[in-house]
Design a protein around this ligand. Structure first.
Ligand SMILES: Cc1cc2nc3c(=O)[nH]c(=O)nc-3n(C[C@H](O)[C@H](O)[C@H](O)COP(=O)(O)OP(=O)(O)OC[C@H]3O[C@@H](n4cnc5c(N)ncnc54)[C@H](O)[C@@H]3O)c2cc1C
Length: 390
C-alpha cells in the first residue's frame, strides 16, 4: 500500500481531508490537476463554524492577511437589515491566503501535496484501490473525490444525479480599497445578488451571483448603483473569475472505496456562504468514519443530516430571491426585526437557534490528535492548534 488515502483535488476541502487524516495517524497524498490551484472564484466569507473548523485543524493565518466580520448586512433599495453572529465573527480570507495556510498545515502534519497531477481513473478491489494518475498509479485504502463542483470522480463513480433547470453562475473580483464596513454586505436586485466581503485592511472582494452564461463583472456592477459608486476609483487587484453552474446533485456520496467531500459531494448555491464550512465538516466526518472503521454509508448519513438545514435554507433563499416582491417584503421584515435576522443567522450557522454556538456535527470526537505520520511513515511533531488572529 502506498498510502491510506489518495485525495483528488487540493482545494480547501481536499487539503482539510489530508490534515484530518494525517492528524489521526493516517497517510494521505493529495493530487491536483492544476499546478497553481490557489485562486478560485469565491465570495471568501468563512462563517463562524468554518472558522472554528480552521482553528480545530491548527491552521494559522498571518495577522492582517484576512478580515474578521461580525455579521451580515442585507441591502435592498432603501431597506437595510443587519445582524451579528452569536458564535463569534466570521473571516474574510483571500483564497490564495487560505490555500497557502491549508497546504502548509497539510504538509506540516505529514501529508504529501502534488500539483499538476490529475487523478484519471481507478480500480477498486477487496483489499484496496489502485488509482491512476498523471504521475503513475498509487495503491491506497480509499480514494477521496475532493475535485470540486464539476467532479470527475463523481461522474466516473456514477454518483451524479440530474440537476434542476436553474443555472446560476458567479463572477468575482478584488479591489484595493479600505472596507467601508466590517460586515459582509449582500446587495439584492432583481435576478442578481452582490456579495461584498472585506478580506484585509485595504482589500475587498466583490462576487455577483446570477442566472445565465457569460456574466461580465462590469455589466453586473451597473445593476447596483450604490456599490458601483463605492467602487468608483478603486483599483482592481486581479482579473475577474467565474464559476458555475452551481446546482450539482449526487445520488449518494460513496461507492466502493470512493468517497466524495466538499463541492464534489453536491452543491446548491453560494447564496448562504456555507460551502467552505460544510466542506470542512464533511472532510472531518469522512476521516472520523474511516478511522473508527464505520462504513462509508455511515458517512453518507451523517453528511445528509448535517447538510439538510443548509440545503433547505439555501433553497428557501433562492426561492425568495426569484420573487422580487416577496424578497423586498422579506428584507423589510428583517430590517424591522433585527432579532429575527439574528435567529436566522443562528439557525443557518448551527442548525437550530436553540444551540447557538454548537456545531451541527459532533466536534470533539475527531479534533486532530497529535502525532500523525507522513506518507513515508515518518513520525511527525505538531504545533498546538492555533487559529486566525482576532
Ligand atoms: C462565486 C462564488 C462565491 C462563493 N462564496 C463563498 C463564500 O463566501 N463562503 C463559502 O464558504 N463558500 C463560498 N463559495 C463556495 C466555495 O468556493 C466552495 O464550496 C469551495 O471552494 C469548495 O472547495 P473544494 O475543495 O470542494 O473544491 P474546489 O475549491 O473547487 O477545489 C477542487 C480542486 O480539485 C481539482 N481537480 C479537479 N479535477 C481533478 C482531478 N481529476 N484530479 C486532481 N485534481 C482535480 C481542481 O483543480 C481544484 O483545485 C462560493 C463559490 C462561488 C463560485
Amino acid at each position: 500500500m502506498d498510502c491510506d488515502l489518495v485525495i483528488a483535488g487540493a482545494g480547501p476541502i481536499g487539503l482539510a481531508t489530508a490534515i484530518h487524516a494525517c492528524s489521526r495517524g493516517l497517510s494521505a497524498v493529495v493530487l491536483d490537476r492544476r499546478s497553481s490551484p490557489e485562486a478560485k472564484a469565491c465570495g471568501e466569507g468563512i462563517m463562524p463554524r468554518g472558522r472554528a473548523a480552521l482553528d480545530a485543524m491548527g491552521v494559522s493565518l498571518p495577522p492582517l492577511s484576512f478580515a474578521a466580520f461580525p455579521g451580515i448586512r442585507f441591502i435592498d433599495g432603501a431597506s437595510v437589515a443587519e445582524a451579528r453572529f452569536h458564535s463569534g465573527p466570521g473571516a474574510g480570507i483571500p483564497r490564495t491566503t487560505l490555500w497557502r495556510a491549508l497546504a502548509a498545515r497539510a504538509e506540516a502534519v505529514g501529508g504529501t501535496v502534488e500539483l499538476g497531477a490529475a487523478v484519471r481513473n481507478w480500480t477498486s478491489g477487496r483489499d484496496g484501490i489502485r488509482v491512476e494518475t498523471d504521475r503513475g498509479s498509487l495503491n491506497a485504502r480509499l480514494l477521496v473525490g475532493a475535485d470540486g463542483l464539476h467532479s470527475r470522480i463523481r461522474k466516473l463513480a456514477r454518483l451524479e444525479r440530474p440537476a434542476s433547470r436553474r443555472r446560476r453562475f458567479g463572477v468575482r473580483q478584488h479591489f484595493d480599497i479600505e472596507p467601508w464596513t466590517p460586515f459582509v454586505e449582500v446587495h439584492w436586485s432583481d435576478g442578481c445578488e452582490a456579495y461584498v466581503t472585506p478580506v484585509g485592511p485595504r482589500s475587498v472582494g466583490v462576487a455577483f451571483l446570477a442566472s445565465g452564461h457569460g456574466l461580465r463583472f462590469a455589466d453586473l456592477r451597473k445593476r447596483f448603483p450604490l456599490l458601483d459608486e463605492r467602487l468608483a476609483g478603486a483599483t482592481p487587484r486581479d482579473r475577474e473569475r467565474g464559476a458555475g453552474p452551481f446546482d450539482q446533485r449526487t445520488v449518494r456520496r460513496y461507492a466502493a472505496r470512493v468517497a466524495l467531500v466538499g463541492d464534489a459531494a453536491g452543491y446548491v448555491d453560494p447564496l448562504t456562504g456555507e460551502g467552505l464550512s460544510l466542506g470542512f465538516e464533511s472532510a472531518r466526518e469522512l476521516v472520523r468514519t474511516f478511522t473508527v472503521g464505520e462504513s462509508l454509508a455511515a458517512y453518507d448519513r451523517a453528511y445528509r443530516r448535517a447538510a439538510r438545514i443548509h440545503v433547505l435554507l439555501t433553497k428557501a433563499m433562492l426561492s425568495i430571491s426569484a420573487r422580487p416582491t416577496l424578497r423586498r417584503w422579506a428584507i423589510r421584515q428583517l430590517a424591522l426585526r433585527p432579532r429575527l435576522f439574528e435567529m436566522f443567522l443562528a439557525i443557518h450557522s448551527n442548525g437550530t437557534a436553540a444551540h447557538i454556538g454548537t456545531p451541527s456535527w459532533p466536534a470533539t470526537r475527531n479534533a486532530p490528535a497529535g502525532g500523525g505520520r507522513s506518507a513515508a511513515g515518518k513520525p511527525l511533531h505538531h504545533s498546538s492548534a492555533r487559529g486566525p488572529a482576532r
